[in-house]
Design a protein around this ligand. Structure first.
Ligand code: NAD
Length: 351
C-alpha cells in the first residue's frame, strides 16, 4: 500500500463537495480524480479543489489503475451498483448513507467487499461527532446503569430536499425522511447502546406536506423531475423492540408543525442510574443536592479523525472501521422493517 492513498470522489453534488473539503485536511490521502455526470458540477468541483482529472462516466474512473480508493456520494439508487463495480475494480470504498436501497443490496455490497478483500465503510458522520464520542465514553463506563429505552429523532419543520429531486422519488431514494435523516440518529443511537439486535418494528409513515408542494428546502442537485414527483414519506414514527428487551423510538420528519423551542435532532438514553441526552451532550442524575444536569461540554478541539480521515487510516493501517459493515446491514434491515410495517399496517419481524 502506498504511503499516500490515491483517492477519487464519485458524485460532487452537495455532499461530494464536503468529501473533497475533508480530503484537504487529510495528510495521508490525495484526490487524483472525480467522476460527475453534470459538466457544470464537475467543473465547479475541479476548479474549487484543483482536481487534476474529471470523468463524466464513473466506469472510466474505475478503470484507472492509479486510484486506490473511492468515496461514493451519489443518489441512493446508485450506491449498490457503483460500490459493487468499484470493489470489483479493487478500489476501497467509503459509501454515503443510507448504505443501499434495501438490505438485499447492502448484503451484496458486503459480499463483494469480502470477496475482493477491500475496505468498505458507510460514512455515518455522527459516530465521528465529538459529542457522540463523549457520550459513548460515559455509556461504556457504565455511568448510566442499565439503559432500557432510548429516543432518537430528527424533526425538521420545513426541510424537504428539493421537490422532484431524486430525494423525493421512491425509485431513486428508497424512502424519504427516514432514510435521509432518521438513519443518522438510528445508527448513532444503536452505536451508543452497542446493540443492533432489533427483532420487531411497528411503524407508521405519512406524506402530508410534500404532496402539497409545502415544506421545501433547497437541497438535492440532480435528477430533477419536472412533474415534481413526491412519493416518499415526510414524517415517520417507529417503535423498535430489541432481543435484549430494550426499546427505541425513532421519529423523523422533513416537514411537520413542530414547536421550534426544542432540539431539531437528538438522542435521549434512559438509564437506571442516569439519563444522557444529545445534541448537545448532557447527563441527568440524582445527586447529593438533588437532581442535577451536567453539561458534557465538548472541548473545541478538532476531531482526531473525521469519517474521511478515519477511512483513509483504516485502509492504510489495515484497521477495522468504526462503522462496521455488519452494523450498517442491521441498520438497513431496520429501515426495511419500518417501511414493511408501515405498508402492512402491522408489526414487522427481523431475522
Ligand atoms: N452524510 C451526510 O450528512 C449526508 C448529507 C447529505 C447527503 N448525503 C448522502 O449523499 C448522497 C448524495 O447526496 P447529495 O445531497 O450530495 O445529492 P446531490 O443530488 O446534491 O448530488 C448527487 C451528485 O451525483 C451526481 N450524479 C448522479 N448520477 C451520477 C452518475 N451516474 N455518475 C456520476 N455522477 C452522478 C449528480 O450530478 C450530483 O452532482 C446521498 O446518498 C445522500 O443520502 C449524506
Amino acid at each position: 500500500m502506498p504511503a499516500t492513498l490515491r483517492c477519487a470522489v464519485i458524485g460532487t453534488g452537495g455532499i461530494g463537495l464536503d468529501h473533497l473539503n475533508s480530503f484537504l485536511h487529510c495528510r495521508r490521502a490525495a484526490v487524483a480524480a472525480i467522476a460527475e455526470s453534470s459538466p457544470e458540477r464537475a467543473k465547479e468541483a475541479s476548479d474549487r479543489f484543483k482536481i487534476p482529472r474529471s470523468y463524466a462516466d464513473y466506469r472510466e474512473l474505475l478503470e484507472q489503475p492509479d486510484i486506490d480508493a473511492v468515496t461514493i456520494a451519489l443518489p441512493n439508487y446508485l450506491h449498490a451498483p457503483v460500490a459493487i463495480e468499484a470493489l470489483k475494480a479493487r478500489k476501497h470504498v467509503l459509501l454515503e448513507k443510507p448504505m443501499a436501497m434495501n438490505a438485499t443490496e447492502a448484503a451484496r455490497i458486503i459480499d463483494t467487499a469480502k470477496k475482493m478483500r477491500r475496505t468498505l465503510m458507510v460514512g455515518q458522520n455522527f459516530r465521528f461527532d465529538r459529542q457522540t464520542q463523549i457520550a459513548k465514553q460515559f455509556v461504556q463506563r457504565g455511568d448510566l446503569g442499565e439503559i432500557y429505552h432510548a429516543r432518537a429523532f430528527w424533526l425538521r419543520r420545513s426541510g424537504i430536499p428539493r421537490t422532484g429531486s431524486w430525494f423525493t422519488q421512491k425509485k431513486l431514494a428508497g424512502g424519504g425522511c427516514t432514510v435521509d435523516l432518521g438513519v443518522h440518529m438510528l445508527d448513532a443511537c444503536l452505536h451508543l447502546l452497542d446493540d443492533f439486535e432489533v427483532t420487531r418494528v411497528s411503524a407508521q409513515t405519512f406524506a402530508k406536506f410534500g404532496p402539497r408542494g409545502l415544506g421545501e428546502l433547497e437541497w438535492g442537485r440532480s435528477e430533477i423531475d419536472p412533474k415534481k414527483t413526491f412519493d416518499v414519506e415526510d414524517y415517520s414514527v417507529a417503535l423498535l423492540k430489541f432481543k435484549s428487551g430494550k426499546t427505541v423510538t425513532l421519529e423523523t420528519s422533513w416537514a411537520a408543525n413542530h414547536p421550534n423551542d426544542a432540539r431539531e435532532y437528538g438522542i435521549d438514553l434512559l438509564g437506571t442510574v442516569a439519563g444522557l441526552s444529545l445534541y448537545p451532550a448532557r447527563l441527568f442524575r440524582s445527586g447529593p443536592s438533588g437532581y442535577e444536569t451536567i453539561h458534557l461540554a465538548a472541548p473545541k478541539v478538532p476531531l482526531n479523525e473525521d469519517r474521511i480521515q478515519h477511512f483513509v487510516n483504516c485502509v492504510l493501517d489495515g484497521k477495522k472501521p468504526l462503522v462496521p459493515v455488519e452494523e450498517s446491514l442491521k441498520v438497513q434491515k431496520i429501515l426495511d422493517a419500518i417501511y414493511e410495517s408501515a405498508a402492512g399496517g402491522k408489526e414487522a419481524k427481523i431475522g
